[in-house]
Design a protein around this ligand. Structure first.
Ligand SMILES: *Cc1c(COP(=O)(O)O)cnc(C)c1O
Length: 229
């Protein structure tokens, strides 16, 4: 599985270069290894290389792997149905995909039951694509305001999945818009939110995302190769 090591080394180098362009360093960027469709052997190889933040986009797949991979923090990065919150509430460090008040309220309810504080991001449908989840940029502040009132939910920032494009430069305006929205919400809502996370950038566009202020990139294909789905 040398390819995993080579891919990770390559990606970390590229992250470092992009971080420098925005006045930061590699240590300022969190890499979430996206392990959907990847088996536990490969995942453990990744973990042995020091990548300990892992992301799954389906609840069932996360649960299947949860007990078989040790010393990692799991991120829920895909659309989350309200009725599945209970399965992952105490198994994830961060839910990236809060896209409705109803979902945030269910996270509050389940987190309170377990007596924990749940870190979340609001997912933004930044390019207004009808194939994507997320709230429209103009609705983000209102949702952030509602979440700020929840005792057991802590808003950490925003997340987006930029469009699939041939040339990643095409996504730069969306990343800039995300950063501006992030700054805007930070300035307007002070109570009970700890906005330090801008989750944007995937295999095809993470360099541009970091140049524009991403603090967390989610990378699957770039580490494990193309998935056969
Ligand atoms: C699959 C996925 C990724 C990773 O995409 P790659 O192009 O394979 O790097 C990132 N974020 C989400 C939400 C995903 O579902």
């Amino acid at each position: 599985m040398d390819y995993i090591r080579e891919n990770v080394n390559d990606i970390l180098k590229r992250i470092e270069l992009s971080a420098k362009k925005s006045g930061r360093s590699l240590a300022d960027i969190t890499v979430v290894g996206v392990t959907k469709t990847v088996d536990v052997l490969q995942i453990n190889e990744l973990v042995s290389l020091g990548i300990s933040n892992l992301g799954e986009n389906k609840v069932q797949e996360l649960l299947n792997k949860y007990d078989r991979v040790e010393n990692v923090s799991w991120h829920m990065i895909g659309h989350l149905q309200t009725n599945k919150v209970k399965y992952i509430i105490d198994k994830t460090c961060l839910i990236h995909s809060v896209d409705s008040l109803k979902l945030a309220e269910e996270i509050q309810r389940r987190a309170e039951q377990k007596n924990l504080i749940k870190d979340v991001l609001i997912e933004i449908n930044i390019a207004n694509e009808n194939t994507k989840y997320g709230v429209m940029p103009e609705a983000a502040e209102a949702l952030a305001h509602e979440i700020s009132k929840m005792k057991n939910v802590r808003l950490r920032g925003l997340m987006c999945i930029a469009p699939f494009v041939e040339n990643s430069e095409q996504n730069r305006p969306y990343f800039i818009e995300m950063r501006n929205l992030f700054i805007d919400i930070c300035g307007k809502i002070a109570d009970n939110v700890y906005m330090d996370c801008l989750s944007m950038g995937m295999t095809n566009d993470f360099e541009i995302a970091i140049e524009e202020g991403s603090t967390m990139v989610r990378i699957g294909t770039g580490i494990f190769g193309a998935r056969n789905i």
